[in-house]
Design a protein around this ligand. Structure first.
Ligand code: SF4
Ligand SMILES: [Zn+2]
Ligand SMILES: [Zn+2]
Length: 340
């Protein structure tokens, strides 16, 4: 399989389904040979179109690591005693995030890096990735923590999916997962929660909220500088790393990842934005970076008028603006008992 990635060209067609599943369609460029690294002259594994460089595996890895370190410094100000919970599903982005945070900060004995995994209860999909994550953590001495929908919400996704009606099962899954993740992060004393969102995910989310006119949500996308009581601030170490680079990083550095397809995956809207942004990126390399840079410049204006949210505790323990948090609202719709 590695042979296919000898030269990982940006023209390779990659289609992603929601979270963790990746399918590859290669064209002839993927098999280009005798292309040399512009830094050391070794065999190149990729061409970075937006900065015009061919890079070998070693220099490609350094190129990724340098930007991740810069992004971590920009987003977080770690103090002795900090606990970083890393949300890990087993997909390439979350595995690369855990690997990089552990290798960049693992030497610091005053910072604790722990893995947080949520079992949604999806047969034939989640158990395999959970085993992969557990083994990765045990091989590297990283503490593994897990919560499940069945324990926290009394329902699995396999049970909720047929009841989701007009809503996509992903709506339930996303809300439940955020709730369970924040709860577990709080229980392990996490001061930061790191997620595997990459450059493509971020550019798509900005454009989706922008075109929907959802300015509140746009302002809340994170990474979070302001700390809201009860909510663990998120950091996104891969925020400036394109999806294909995250994948190539996993491959060249031998990081295992789960590549299954969730049976409930519904990416219709996000895929539309993916196609539009990919098309723009092909015509004008650097488009995704420009979207994020524009967003970052607009963020102070977007948040200037928003008052700090007046959050209180929902019955389930999560902070909420309304009477009940979103997860408890959805549980009511499904006719489930309250979380005590
Ligand atoms: S149900 Fe949707 S959100 Fe949940 S794991 Fe599957 S694809 Fe992801
Ligand atoms: Zn090189
Ligand atoms: Zn609740």
């Amino acid at each position: 399989m590695k042979e296919y990635f000898r030269y990982f060209c940006y023209d390779a067609r990659i289609i992603f389904s929601r979270h963790h599943s990746t399918h590859y369609f290669f064209n002839h460029h993927c098999f280009a040979k005798d292309v040399k690294c512009d830094i050391c002259g070794s065999e190149a594994v990729t061409y970075i179109r937006y900065n015009g460089m061919h890079l070998c595996s070693e220099h490609f890895m350094k190129f990724v690591e340098k930007r991740v370190k810069k992004e971590i410094r920009r987003q977080a100000n770690f103090n002795p005693g900090d606990v970083i919970g890393v949300a890990v599903s087993g997909g390439k982005d979350s595995m690369v995030t855990l690997h990089l945070l552990h290798s960049i900060l693992g030497e610091r004995r005053d910072i604790d890096i722990q893995c947080i995994t949520i079992d949604e209860g999806i047969d034939g999909y989640r158990p395999e990735s959970i085993e992969l994550v557990k083994k990765f953590c045990s091989d590297r001495g990283i503490k593994y923590n897990q919560a499940s929908f069945s324990e926290r919400f009394d329902i699995t996704m396999d049970e909720a999916a047929p009841l989701s009606g007009d809503n996509s099962p992903c709506t339930y899954c996303g809300v439940f997962r955020r709730n369970a993740m924040n709860d577990l992060a709080r229980k392990i004393g996490a001061t930061y929660l790191a997620t595997g969102l990459n450059l493509d995910d971020t550019a798509q989310s900005i454009m989706m909220n922008f075109t929907r006119g959802d300015i509140d949500r746009l302002a809340r996308l994170g990474p979070h500088k302001k700390i809201q009581p009860g909510l663990i601030p998120r950091i996104q170490p891969l925020r400036m790393i394109p999806e294909k680079e995250s994948l190539l990083y996993a491959i060249v550095s031998g990081i295992p990842y789960h590549n299954g397809i969730c049976p409930y995956s519904d990416e219709a809207l996000r895929n539309q934005f993916r196609h539009v942004i990919d098309e723009l990126e092909t015509r004008s390399p650097g488009t995704r970076h420009s979207i994020i840079s524009s967003y970052d410049q607009m963020l102070p204006m977007l948040t200037a008028n928003s008052k700090p949210a007046d959050l209180h505790k929902c019955g389930c323990g999560e902070p909420t603006l309304g009477k009940e948090c979103k997860a408890c609202e959805l549980r009511n719709i499904l006719g489930l008992k309250k979380i005590i």
